[in-house]
Design a protein around this ligand. Structure first.
Ligand code: HAM
Length: 520
């Protein structure tokens, strides 16, 4: 390469984190571990066991359970077709581009060969079992064939509108053909095991801000099967409140509501729709649309200009059927029996379609507008909707990122509080300062034994003078330095220095671990 060319060589590209994602690094990850460990401990005392699930599922599963009109499904999912039909896919894109370019009947001869080729290959892949043989794909292939037959008959005399309509239909049909199963990264979880919990990263393409990310972490717990006695709802809520209390989370506020069931909710929804329609022209575009699609979601609105209007809407608590009203009274009584404080919030409908009866959300301090650290509710009927047997279900998900943010905010407000969840529980660090080849072999052996005994050990990879090594140990916050030089190796008497007070003592190798343990 010439010098000039070398100079012009491109600078290495700097890669940046994908929007809405971030690295979690030490020492912060120690807090994450601590939070998760506490969840394991507290949840186990309530009889929950851990499950782990795949990170993607069929898109249809989420569309059916969460609801096609929810923000999560309609706007925020990371979805893709999972297939290896790359050639067919390319041919499809090429054909669609052609179809878009040629807008006049006279051009149709140019469109046809590519599109026909695509059809032939798609049929071959269908026979080979690579293109999914779904009713929808079979229907679309038949329509594409008929569209092409029609377009082959087009002449200058064909009315332009008829030609254009059929051309657009061909394009839509080609686009709709599913080359493989459509799958999405999991945006949430409603698990399938009785008393189970899970920690997972979830994916939602939301607008990132403090406490809102595109990859975030949830600790989720579900009770499936068994009874729907109010005591279950209350116990699940008690469990998450116990967990927050154990962590010392501050400003915890539990909000509860009942959104009825499929007997009483439709009547309330109609009433709400009628009332909202009366003020429709004073509502924003999202709420106007939701009056038709899902009026309950209007109650979720945070738009300042809508608040006064929404506050005047009828409350669902006044329209529950007797069974739901009884159930709601039961849940509140059970919470009181457990000493769990709650606040009723009639607008808490939650953004996902599958809920019925009990819904709840928990907010905490220091989080700004995204202050919900946990959301959940009952979803009897969901398992049935997805093709399973009738099953009662209730669960929640804790937003772990927000939980950690809130704990960090509290720790900043009370620095030096050793009871704070931020206080590290690491064993003290021991730094091994070594000089000389023989000492190095001894140092490796010492590091291995100390680590096996549970100590955190820093073993420098290169020889350095003792002065420099001890300075480094200080910088790292080590509590002890083990000094190994020729003298120590020859005499078998090792030097242990306590960095805080500079005290040095001589110890035999066999006594070291016990001696250190006594000092903890
Ligand atoms: P969710 O209300 O969508 O419910 O989410 C639960 C919690 O996850 C929220 O309260 C929040 O703390 C956290 N969260 C949600 N989106 C984000 C985000 N983009 N960035 C950071 N944190 C976020 C569910 O997901 C239901 N699956 C809960 C459930 C389980 N209900 C029954 N079982």
């Amino acid at each position: 390469m010439s010098e000039g060319a070398a100079k012009k060589e491109e600078k290495p590209r700097k890669f940046q984190a994908i929007r809405g994602t971030r690295d979690l690094l030490p020492p912060e990850t120690a807090l994450w571990n601590r939070v998760e460990q506490t969840a394991h401990e507290v949840f186990a005392t309530f009889g929950f066991g851990e499950i782990r699930l795949p990170i993607f599922e069929q898109t249809e599963l989420f569309a059916r359970s969460i609801g096609a009109d929810t923000d999560v499904v309609s706007k925020e999912m990371y979805t893709f077709e999972d297939h290896d039909l790359h050639d067919l896919n390319l041919r499809r894109s090429r054909s669609i581009t052609d179809i878009e370019l040629f807008t006049e009947p006279t051009n149709v001869g140019i469109i046809l060969p590519y599109a026909k080729h695509f059809l032939t290959e798609a049929k071959q892949e269908l026979t080979a079992g690579k293109l999914p043989r779904t009713p929808s794909n079979e229907f679309l292939l038949a329509r594409i064939e008929s569209d092409l037959e029609y377009l082959a008959t087009v002449t200058d005399a064909t009315p332009r509108d008829a030609f254009r309509d059929r051309r657009s239909e061909l394009r839509r049909n080609m686009q709709a053909l599913e080359l493989g199963p459509v799958i999405s990264l999991r945006p949430e979880v409603t698990a399938s095991v009785c008393r189970a919990y899970i920690e997972h990263n979830m994916h939602r393409r939301e607008r990132p801000q403090k406490g809102r990310y595109r990859q975030f972490y949830q600790i989720d717990a579900e009770v499936l099967g068994g009874t729907d006695a109010p005591a279950i709802d209350a116990e699940v809520i008690e469990m998450v409140m116990t967990f927050f209390e154990r962590l010392g989370l501050e400003g915890v506020q539990l909000h509860i509501n009942s959104i009825g069931d499929k007997k009483c909710r439709p009547k309330y929804v109609e009433l709400l729709r009628a009332e909202l329609s009366k003020v429709k022209d004073r509502l924003g575009a999202d709420s106007q649309r939701r009056i038709e699609t899902n009026p309950l979601r209007v109650l979720d609105s945070k738009l300042e200009s809508e608040q006064k209007l929404i506050e005047r809407m009828p409350h669902i608590a006044d329209h529950l059927c007797e069974e739901c009203a009884e159930n709601y009274r039961g849940v509140k009584k059970e919470l009181e029996l457990r000493g769990v404080k709650y606040r009723e919030n009639w607008r808490l409908v939650r953004g996902l379609d599958y809920y019925m009866r009990t819904t709840f959300e928990i907010t905490a301090k220091g989080l700004g507008s995204q202050n919900a650290v946990c959301g959940g509710g009952r979803y009897d009927g969901l398992v049935e909707l997805l093709g399973g047997p009738p099953t009662k279900g209730i669960g929640f998900a804790i937003g772990e990122d927000r939980l950690i943010l809130s704990l960090q905010e509290s720790a900043r407000a009370h620095p030096g509080d050793s009871g704070s969840p931020l206080a590290t529980r690491h064993s003290p660090l021991l730094y091994i300062a070594w000089m000389g080849e023989k000492a190095y072999t001894t140092a490796i052996r010492a590091a291995k034994n100390l680590r096996n005994a549970g100590f955190r050990v820093e073993l420098p990879p290169l020889e350095q003078k003792f002065g420099k090594a001890l300075g480094q140990a200080d910088k790292l916050g080590a509590r002890f330095a083990l000094i190994l030089g020729d003298n120590e190796v020859t005499s078998g008497q090792w030097t242990l220095k306590t960095l805080a007070d500079g005290k040095q003592e001589k110890l035999r190798e066999s006594d070291l671990v016990e001696h250190l343990k006594k000092q903890l």
